[in-house]
Design a protein around this ligand. Structure first.
Ligand SMILES: Cc1cc2nc3c(=O)[nH]c(=O)nc-3n(C[C@H](O)[C@H](O)[C@H](O)COP(=O)(O)OP(=O)(O)OC[C@H]3O[C@@H](n4cnc5c(N)ncnc54)[C@H](O)[C@@H]3O)c2cc1C
Length: 410
């Protein structure tokens, strides 16, 4: 849900997220179910929440959003919305058990960027000069606002892959560089789903009549390819076991490390841990792509981090560095005399990579990195073994078990 006059990225604060949620809750039931597929462009997106940049960085959390909606609507009335929020959870759990899919995507992307075969057409499509009016308009919206409606993402990805015949990895990367909510799991797996690689053999074809209907006549594209075969790829890699939650040592001097994966660190303070001496922030936004990430994305992520640091400063000890270099964080930990650093678990992606580097540096100086996994993620991720339709059968139990507990601790 955006203000129609809002064509610059929104403020990266929890206050703004809560205000968005407050405005959205009344329409999260039947209205959302009926209208969520409409992409009304310059009228803003009045039928959806626009909460994804906030959920992506957990300035606001999934249980919190679901609880607010269920406080106003019955579970059956809000079923569609709850399911959409839980898609995010499903993708995170699915990738967490198959991190190789992210590594393969990044390798495929490197190949595409290095071989240069598509350079001219890639440059034209990325500049919004494909010659397909709806596609070019969405590209402009993406670059200007850092947001696209879900249906526009599906149509764009489909046109990119099946009409423009461009490599899906380059399209996914373009999204990662420009979306404020750019997320390794939701983005990579959604592009794979459109291509026919995720649910193998089933792809998503953008149809002109569907675009015309759900844009209320804004576009009537001609010349879209509607009879292409799905892309083919290797079978899914075997699942690895999910990581276990780590517990802090109550006897050790402790530092808190925030990352852009989870900026609601309240759950870290559940357990007894040693005295908290200070806090730092590790930024990994530049690692979302091998190419430069758009300035608004970097600014949004940095501002979200600053907002969390300010909100939680009273619980986290002395402020330390905000850096994208794990070595700076390791040096801070040594200087402060820390025995452990406690941080929210960062799922597969650039932040996890940076934390792995930090962990190796810390272990050389006898400091442990404790990665805490939220109870919501612990409860949900193990069910992401197959497709979403199997996963969603667990939603009632997930809400019953986890929701009141998680929400109390936010
Ligand atoms: C090709 C493609 C790429 C995408 N890339 C991303 C991405 O990088 N990051 C991202 O957060 N979402 C991604 N999505 C999913 C979805 O498009 C966005 O989450 C949604 O459009 C965000 O708008 P909203 O907050 O107004 O959604 P709402 O309809 O209000 O939904 C509420 C919340 O549910 C979650 N959600 C809704 N739909 C989906 C979905 N299909 N998959 C996963 N989560 C969902 C989001 O967190 C969203 O904020 C992608 C979808 C496609 C088809």
């Amino acid at each position: 849900m955006t203000d129609p006059t809002e064509n610059t990225p929104p403020p990266a604060t929890r206050t703004h997220a809560l205000e968005r949620l407050r405005r959205f809750v009344p329409i999260a039931g039947r209205d959302y179910a009926a209208r969520r597929n409409y992409d009304l462009g310059s009228q803003g997106h009045p039928d959806v929440s626009g909460l994804s940049p906030y959920l992506r960085h957990r300035l606001i959390t999934e249980p919190e959003v679901i609880a607010a909606v269920l406080g106003r609507h019955s579970a059956s009335t809000a079923e569609k919305f709850v399911q959409e929020v839980v898609w995010r959870t499903y993708w995170k759990g699915w990738l967490e058990m198959r991190p190789q899919v992210w590594a393969d995507y990044r390798q495929g992307l490197s190949r595409v960027l290095n071989d240069g075969r598509h350079d001219d057409r890639l440059a034209a499509a990325s500049a919004g000069q494909s010659g397909i009016d709806c596609f070019d308009a969405w590209m402009g919206e993406l670059v200007t606002t850092g947001y696209l409606h879900n249906h526009a993402r599906m149509w764009m990805a489909s046109i990119w892959i099946f009409t423009l015949r461009l490599p899906w990895e380059a399209g996914a990367d373009l999204f990662m560089r420009h979306l404020l909510d750019g997320d390794p799991a939701s983005n990579t797996l959604s592009w794979r789903w459109v291509a026919g690689l995720q649910t193998q053999g089933k792809h998503y074809i953008a149809r002109p009549d569907n675009i015309t209907r759900y844009t209320e006549g804004r576009f009537a594209p001609k010349g879209l390819v509607t009879d292409a075969a799905p892309l083919s790829g290797p079978p899914h890699p075997p699942r690895r076991p999910l990581p276990a939650d780590a517990r802090p040592d109550p006897g050790l001097p402790t530092g808190i490390l925030l990352t852009e994966e989870d900026l609601s660190p309240g759950f870290l303070f559940d357990d007894a841990q040693g005295p908290i001496l200070g806090h730092a922030g590790l930024m990994s936004v530049a690692g979302r792509s091998p190419l430069p990430v758009a300035d608004p994305v970097t600014a949004f992520t940095r501002d979200a981090m600053m907002d969390a640091r300010a909100r939680w400063s009273g619980r986290m000890g002395a402020p330390g560095p905000l850096s994208d270099d794990p070595a700076v964080i390791a040096a801070w930990a040594v200087e402060l005399g820390l025995g452990q650093i406690v941080t929210p678990y960062a799922p597969t992606g650039p932040t996890m990579k940076a934390l792995n580097m930090l962990e190796a540096m810390l272990s050389e100086v006898g400091i442990t990195l404790i990665r805490r996994i939220r109870s919501y993620d612990q409860a949900a991720w193990p069910h992401a073994t197959a497709g979403f339709f199997r996963f969603k059968e667990h939603i009632p139990a997930l809400l019953g078990d986890i929701l009141p507990d998680s929400v109390d601790k936010l």
